[in-house]
Design a protein. Structure first.
Length: 147
């Protein structure tokens, strides 16, 4: 009987330690090496898991950046917060034409396998919007946000 209880306890302990290990936000060595290669100047790095992705949040030249690595350890994409005046001129013109009186609150540059696009949060005529703008300046999506 003692052997059965001891065996059960050991199996339970092994199962719990495996479950706890999966919650560890640290990525594997391959991801860490790729991160150091791609973002050698990164500061204040924190790691999390988001779905199947390793998510690194960090500062790069004083700006907040989020990088996503897939389960195979490859960089899938990045989101970087930038200022409106850092947008390409064609993108600024596209936004100004559609929303001439807008107040810009947040601009995010999104880079992934599809290319580069921009997510801009703004307020125009007492309404808040989240818009997606392609690198050629075309507005691809407009989403009205609750005020």
């Amino acid at each position: 009987m003692k052997k059965i209880i001891s065996s059960t306890f050991l199996l339970l302990a092994a199962g719990l330690s495996t479950a706890i290990a999966k919650d560890d936000p640290s990525p594997d060595q391959q991801v860490l090496e790729l991160f150091k290669k791609e973002f050698s100047a990164a500061r204040q790095v924190t790691w999390n898991k988001q779905d199947d992705y390793d998510k690194a949040t960090f500062l790069l030249t004083g700006r907040r950046v989020v990088a996503y690595f897939n389960p195979e350890g490859q960089l899938e994409g990045c989101i970087r917060e930038i200022f409106f005046d850092q947008l390409p001129l064609v993108v600024m013109k596209g936004i100004d034409q559609k929303f001439p009186e807008a107040e810009i609150s947040t601009v995010r540059e999104i880079t992934n396998t599809e290319g580069t696009s921009y997510r801009v949060f703004l307020e125009a005529k007492n309404k808040k919007y989240s818009i997606k703008v392609g690198s050629a300046g075309y507005i691809e999506q407009v989403e009205k946000l609750p005020k």
